[in-house]
Design a protein around this ligand. Structure first.
Ligand code: UDP
Ligand code: MG
Length: 220
């Protein structure tokens, strides 16, 4: 394996994402294929959509994508478990085959254009993980920005694990870190806390806030 390129799985939780899914699939496919063609990642790398109990056409669209192209994979959860808890079965399925995992949202708020740079850092620099945070909250409702800011103020006062403000669940991790994250048996998962708590060497990339490409926020 030492001289072979590694297998990357991109894990994408989806809840009622029928509007944006075709575009997301297309953009991720382009990125993945170009990394494969440049021999940077192995050709058994996959884009894995986790259907989190959607009530719209999301799951049938995921099945359609899988039939069209074996680069797509799907996990279907029996009911809606929430973004944070949907990541877990997705990562658990992916880790059976993957050397590296990316987690990202389905709505293109996590720019696929960062993927090559995230991959380069993990390969060339001494990190176990490349994480992302937004440098701005431009375009977000004021009340939401306010509540989020207060949340980070309070949680960082009471928690010894640093919870990075503006951190996204857009992150590339090596196998070592994925295994540690999966070993945590928290039931109601708060991944920003878990990712920080397990430690490991993480490099942070910043980018300007991007608004969801299509569909509606499920944030509550
Ligand atoms: N999501 C999910 N289950 C849920 C709610 C959301 O899997 O119960 C997914 C959603 O499809 C998206 C990601 O989590 O891929 C983030 O959701 P959203 O964009 O609505 O949140 P926001 O970006 O507004 O925080
Ligand atoms: Mg979003």
């Amino acid at each position: 394996r030492m001289f072979m390129s590694k297998t990357l799985y991109i894990v994408v939780p989806c809840y009622n994402e029928q509007e944006v899914l075709p575009e997301t699939a297309k953009r991720l496919l382009e990125k993945l294929q170009s990394l494969v063609l440049k021999n940077k990642i192995a050709d058994n790398s996959r884009i894995m959509f986790v259907n989190d109990g959607s009530k719209d056409q999301t799951w049938s669209m995921i099945k359609g994508l899988c039939e069209e192209n074996s680069v797509f994979a799907g996990v279907n959860l029996s009911r809606n478990r929430g973004h944070q808890n949907a990541l877990l079965p997705g990562m658990a399925s992916a880790v059976k085959y993957a050397d590296m995992i990316v987690t990202m949202d389905a709505d293109l708020q996590d720019p696929p254009s960062l993927l090559p740079e995230m991959y380069r850092i993990l390969k060339e620099e001494p990190y176990d993980s490349v994480a992302t945070r937004r440098s701005t909250r431009k375009g977000e409702p004021k009340i939401r920005s306010f509540l989020s800011k207060e949340f980070y103020n309070v949680i960082n006062k009471i928690s010894k694990t640093e919870i990075v403000s503006g951190a996204r669940d857009y992150r590339l991790m090596n196998r070592k870190m994925v295994d540690a994250v999966l070993e945590m048996s928290e039931y109601n998962r708060f991944s920003k806390g878990i990712f920080g708590w397990v430690g490991f060497r993480t490099k942070w990339l910043e980018y300007e806030n991007v608004e969801r490409a299509k569909g509606e926020t499920k944030w509550n």
